[in-house]
Design a binder for this molecule. Sequence first.
Ligand code: NAP
Length: 296
Amino acid sequence: MAAEIIDGKKIANQIYDELSEKIDVLKKKNIIPKLSVVLVGDDPASAVYVRMKGNACQRLGIASETLKFDADINEQELLSTIEQLNRDASCHGILVQMPLPGHINETKIIEHILPQKDVDGFHPINKGRLQAGLPCFVPCTPAGVQEILIRSGYSPEGKHVVVIGRSQIVGMPLAILLAQKQKGANATVTICHSRTQNVDFFTKNADIIIAALGRPQAITEDMLPTHAVVIDVGVNRVEDPQSEKGYRLVGDVDFDGAVKRVKAITPVPGGVGPLTIAMLMKNTVLAAENKLFKTN
Ligand SMILES: NC(=O)c1ccc[n+]([C@@H]2O[C@H](COP(=O)([O-])OP(=O)(O)OC[C@H]3O[C@@H](n4cnc5c(N)ncnc54)[C@H](OP(=O)(O)O)[C@@H]3O)[C@@H](O)[C@H]2O)c1
């Protein structure tokens, strides 16, 4: 029997509807949420992501601006830009689009963003608060994966979740998030990475498999149990002479094989991607509400 294909766009639309109500409440208080995006250089993929984020803001009535800089900008200039945005009361969320050119220290830039405006959730204060189970900006892709699981009826509570990948952006924060002693989490989490021997031993014993390894179609049908719910975070370009662009996007899971075997699966595109953007919008609204770091 073919798997249920989980529709990420539909779930993202539900979240947009909920956010619209919150934005209306803020607007009645004369607060217009605003996201400031810093884009350095001319990486085509980064430009696409920034444009998608801007479109989502526009759809919701969130104000947004993109500050564009040439790839040869020096680190000090970028730090000064962040400082200005930190001081600007009209800017609620700051996002620096990664990757940055090699001569710029990404960690230094991230640590310069006020944690209260760090809507990507990459600042060490937000990472620490996540680990401690305190209110914080949760990184957008992990937060999106959790939303997909909960809203599609596959809560991770009590389940064995195998996360493949341990990056600071996806795998590691996701594993921490799903292992938390909190509603919508409470999973037993195994993290696999490039040094894991026999990844398939773990996947075959999983209820939920989250592929975030950045290797096109590396997770194959034979690695997956029939009862598995598979969330494919991967976005990889593979050559495709038949396509107009000369390439197509595939996930980290071999979709065509997996869909015939497992219980449910997210597609690429149209699975996790729309949720990543929806969670960025959610974090921007949270930043404008300004309650996250308050203790009363
Ligand atoms: N949909 C979205 O919104 C979204 C957002 C972000 C990222 N992504 C996609 O998600 C994927 C992962 O992104 P990322 O930034 O986390 O990638 P990354 O920084 O390259 O990390 C990849 C992780 O996978 C592990 N890994 C690599 N090969 C492996 C293998 N053969 N078996 C097991 N583990 C392996 C690596 O292990 P080591 O730690 O040992 O090196 C590393 O922890 C990419 O395809 C990316 O494009 C999608």
